[in-house]
Design a protein around this ligand. Structure first.
Ligand SMILES: Nc1ncnc2c1ncn2[C@@H]1O[C@H](COP(=O)(O)OP(=O)(O)OP(=O)(O)O)[C@@H](O)[C@H]1O
Ligand SMILES: [Mg+2]
Length: 452
């Protein structure tokens, strides 16, 4: 048989039967095997997935819905302030505060879209959005504002290399040439100040004195309510001509927000009755954070789909909550310094070897041994006590001070992280050497499960 003919037979699924002269059952089995081999490694997972989510994009936190329930009053207030730009006036500067997930960024993106609807060519009012988590220096802030205005690529301000005065005057000139009102949003403005000080805000809040034709108004957003306390008083008062606070959502509000998204995200009947109220209640209890509520719903739905189920149930929400918590703790532990990781490893070893709770002295003694093995300098007991307090604040250990009468005070320390995280830390590149450490006293004991 020529190659071409063989290929045709193979495609028809009969060649094996003819060549080996086997019965119909063998033909079927071989065909199934062949089909399995032909599918990629994703095949069986794709087949298992039942479709619950119609449009996953709607559940992503970056998605901006058409309506933002429970923020219409705030949106209206901001719109009223900005509307003065269409009479050529400078809108008051606004400072918006609110805890994480209260919709600050979503509201400003919504306002930006509405402004573009009202003035598509930007002939009266131009909206400029800057995320100060990324753009966090004086140079990059001025450069970024300037380059969002300068159309001619050749004339754009370079990423580095110019003196700051030249960057400022280029930006200011490009603003003033246009005879418009510029609304500049500085999202996460506290990050800019903590990285680079309030110099750039001083310049930007004062810029209108240098402008002859155009006007600039600032909207600062922060989830740190105390942030303006650290500003120069002149900057503080200019920036907060209007001040707004976005309050945390309660369970009912989060339910409305989720229901609104779920209509577009899920197939009919994809969610069991209690799922949205449970996501809302869990998030309201923590921080009233809409991002967390959306994450819970998305992860719960993904889990259900992955398991090949046809609806999302409350159990999926509970497991989503565990997953989010575990991810958060594991990120926190990964970010610790080597010293803090070593202190934490000492707590883990003491927990394994002896008891549920331990004293600072016991942790410090193990810590000394671990530092020797790792070849790092050991800190003083006082400093290690501080590190234990930091771990306590992060929720990684639980430490309470107890009085020993005339012998002073000590801390009783207890591990607060699950076994999965301890295992992860033990496998950390920097901690591997001490993974199998056992205290000298333990080494003398016959090893059994009870003294682990
Ligand atoms: N009222 C709302 N309606 C619909 N979705 C909302 C609403 N409020 C927040 N969200 C959604 O919740 C998520 C988090 O919101 P957002 O990013 O605006 O929070 P934030 O206040 O800026 O938080 P952070 O301080 O952490 O930056 C986004 O996906 C956003 O679309
Ligand atoms: Mg935000």
């Amino acid at each position: 048989m020529k190659c071409k003919e063989t290929a045709i037979f193979l495609m028809q699924g009969v060649s094996v039967n003819i060549l080996k002269n086997e019965g119909p059952r063998a033909e079927k089995d071989t065909d199934t095997e062949k089909l399995d081999k032909e599918r990629s490694i994703f095949g069986k997972h794709i087949d298992k997935r039942k479709k619950i989510i119609k449009n996953k994009n709607v559940l992503q936190t970056s998605y901006l819905p058409d309506v933002l329930p429970h923020r219409s009053n705030d949106i209206d207030k901001i719109a009223e302030i900005i509307a003065s730009a269409f009479d050529g006036d400078r809108p008051s500067n606004i400072m918006i505060f609110g805890k994480t997930g209260t919709g600050k960024t979503a509201v400003m993106n919504f306002i930006g879209n509405e402004l573009k609807k009202e003035d598509p060519q930007g002939s009266s009012c131009v909206y400029i959005y800057i995320n100060c988590e990324v753009v966090d220096t004086k140079y990059s802030t001025l450069q970024n504002i300037g380059n969002q205005i300068i159309d001619d690529f050749e004339k754009r301000i370079p990423f580095t290399g110019w003196g700051i005065d030249k960057v400022y005057s280029e930006m200011r000139n490009s603003i003033d040439e246009q005879n418009k009102v510029f609304v500049v949003v500085l999202d996460e403005i506290d990050k800019l100040v903590s990285k680079s000080g309030d110099d750039v805000l001083y310049q930007l809040t004062k810029i209108n004195e240098d402008l002859k034709h155009s006007k600039l108004s600032l909207i600062g957003i922060s989830n740190n309510l105390n942030f303006t306390e650290f500003l120069d008083p002149r900057v503080k008062s200019r920036l907060s001509e209007e001040k707004m606070i976005f309050h945390q959502y309660d369970a009912q509000q989060l339910t409305d927000i989720l229901r609104n998204r779920a209509r577009f995200a899920f197939e009919d009947g994809g969610l069991e009755e209690g799922v949205i109220p449970l996501c809302a209640a869990m998030s309201a209890q923590e921080m009233g954070d809409a991002r967390m509520a959306l994450d819970l719903l998305r992860i719960a739905a993904e889990t259900a789909e992955r398991n090949g189920e046809t609806t999302v149930a409350e159990a999926h929400v509970k497991s989503a909550k565990n997953k989010i918590e575990l991810d958060t703790v594991s990120e926190t532990v990964k970010m610790l310094t080597k010293q803090s990781k070593t202190v934490l490893m000492s707590v883990i070893h003491n927990t394994k070897e002896k008891n549920k709770t331990m004293t600072t002295g016991e942790v410090y003694s193990t810590y000394g041994d671990l530092c020797d093995i790792l070849g790092i300098t050991s800190l003083t007991q006082r400093r290690v006590t501080d590190l234990i307090s930091e771990l306590d604040m992060l929720g990684i250990v639980h430490a309470r001070t107890i009085s020993l009468g005339r012998h002073g005070r000590t801390k009783k320390i207890e591990l607060s992280i699950p076994k999965e995280i301890c295992d992860m830390l033990e496998d950390d590149e920097n901690m591997k050497l001490i993974k199998n450490y056992r205290s000298p006293k333990q080494q003398r004991l016959p090893f059994n499960e009870d003294n682990r």
